[in-house]
Design a protein. Structure first.
Length: 117
């Protein structure tokens, strides 16, 4: 079992930056792939970025060049650095973890990010 807790959300102006954190407890987090997802009001949840147990990353086209996902396995934490944010980035952001190549089994409770124009 892995327990995930997100933090770092809040209100930011367009063009600004925000860093989300996802702290994991339970089983060895370094053995799991991790990802960030988001869900805006009235929209389906969408993938934002993923990272393997190593350093291979993948991004949604809408955030490429602006967001960076990285992990610190010593701290059992995965991060999402959000730069040059836009109002359309407003959403609840969720952290997830799962076995490499498998579904995301564990999910956090989400953290709200609101970007003002």
């Amino acid at each position: 079992q892995v327990h995930l807790v997100e933090s770092g959300g809040g209100l930011v102006q367009a063009g600004g930056s925000l860093r989300l954190s996802c702290a994991a407890s339970g089983r060895i987090f370094s053995q799991y792939a991790a990802g960030w997802f988001r869900q805006a009001p009235g929209k389906e949840r969408e993938l934002v970025a993923t990272i393997t147990t190593g350093i291979i990353t993948n991004y949604a086209d809408s955030v490429k060049g602006r967001f960076t996902i990285f992990r610190d396995n010593a701290k059992n934490t995965v991060y999402l650095q959000m730069n040059s944010v836009k109002p359309e980035d407003t959403a609840v952001y969720y952290c997830a973890a799962g076995a490499t190549g498998g579904p995301y089994t564990y999910w956090g409770q989400g953290t709200q990010v609101t970007v003002s124009s």
